[in-house]
Design a protein around this ligand. Structure first.
Ligand SMILES: [Zn+2]
Length: 311
């Protein structure tokens, strides 16, 4: 695994953010995470409205703000070093971090959970998660049953999140008139969760799906098809994919913006500002099917590796 040295600019940004925090802004970020893709994932982006009360407040990674007059919900906290960016994007849209009442997460890897601790400290929001995700969030890193656990703590770990409320599969969480439903979609991580809710522009209401990562990515040596140390994840993962494909889905959002072709959609909206290219009733099915094909390929590779090992 190629490891890169954390860039000087990331450290400079962090020091600046700490200094800003000391003179009045409320978010004190944790130290920047070092990783191969962190510079790209840490890039900033103008925040924008996706639809109705749904706003993109991330950068190279997705964070979504759902707003109501009685408080907001934030999904995903990016990297430790992007927490100040998310906070700034929320303010830029005219909202306040202090009005974020609930923070939830797609999955407990450092690129989506790293900023949650700082965002929670700064906002006072509660954090809710599936029981498996709660263990990882409160432990500050993936649990041993995570396919990426063997990457090790220096690569994997993130600031631990305090006081995570465990929720049930299918539970509806409410802030003001926002009601988001948790759908447990394990596979990429044991506690992975897909979130759904309704958003309206006047009488035009749509079903929004924040689908978790469904990629069969692991540390070296992990087998999705199971081995002596753990059971096969195939059935569990395929069910998560089928569940996402079956959701009422007008708008798909995903933890990595590439998962819903964000740049192409923004370009298309710039060409025709009256259109909303985020609305696509097929998007969840296409997303799940792509993941299913990649898992199938991965399982074939695992079978080939076993045959090679036994020859
Ligand atoms: Zn991940």
């Amino acid at each position: 695994m190629i490891r890169s040295i954390v860039s000087l600019s990331a450290i400079a940004t962090w020091l600046l953010a700490c200094a800003t925090a000391a003179v009045g802004a409320e978010l004190v970020p944790d130290p920047p995470h070092e990783c191969e893709y962190c510079a790209d994932w840490g890039r900033s982006r103008e925040p924008f409205r996706v639809f109705g009360n749904v706003w993109f407040v991330g950068g190279g990674l997705t964070s979504v703000l759902i707003t109501s007059k009685d408080g907001h919900v934030l999904i995903d906290g990016g990297l430790t070093q992007t927490a100040p960016q998310i906070a700034a994007n929320i303010e830029k849209l005219g909202f306040h971090l202090a009005d974020v009442k609930l923070i939830v997460n797609s999955h407990t890897h450092y690129d989506h959970a790293g900023g949650i601790a700082a965002l929670q400290r700064a906002s006072g929001a509660s954090v809710a998660a599936s029981p498996a995700a709660k263990r990882a969030l409160e432990g500050g890193g993936p649990t041993p049953d995570d396919p990426q656990f063997a990457f090790g703590p220096a690569h994997n770990n993130f600031p631990a999140v305090a006081r995570v409320r465990a929720i049930a599969d299918g539970e509806i969480l409410r802030v003001g008139d926002i009601a988001i439903t948790a759908h447990f979609t394990p596979g990429h991580t044991p506690g992975g969760t897909t979130w759904t809710w309704k958003s309206c522009e006047g009488s035009h209401c749509v079903n929004v799906v924040y689908a978790d990562s469904l990629n069969s990515v692991s540390a070296d040596g992990f087998r999705f098809s199971g081995d002596a140390t753990h059971k096969s994840l195939t059935a569990v993962f395929e069910k998560s994919m089928a569940d996402v494909a079956a959701l009422d889905c007008d708008i798909l959002l995903t933890p990595h913006p590439e998962g819903f072709d964000l740049d192409a959609k923004l370009a298309s909206r710039a060409r025709d500002p009256k259109s909303n290219p985020f609305i696509d009733q097929n998007a969840c099915k296409v997303y799940a099917e792509g993941a299913r094909q990649r898992l199938e390929k991965r399982l074939a590779e695992e079978r080939a590796a076993s045959r090679a090992a036994s020859n």
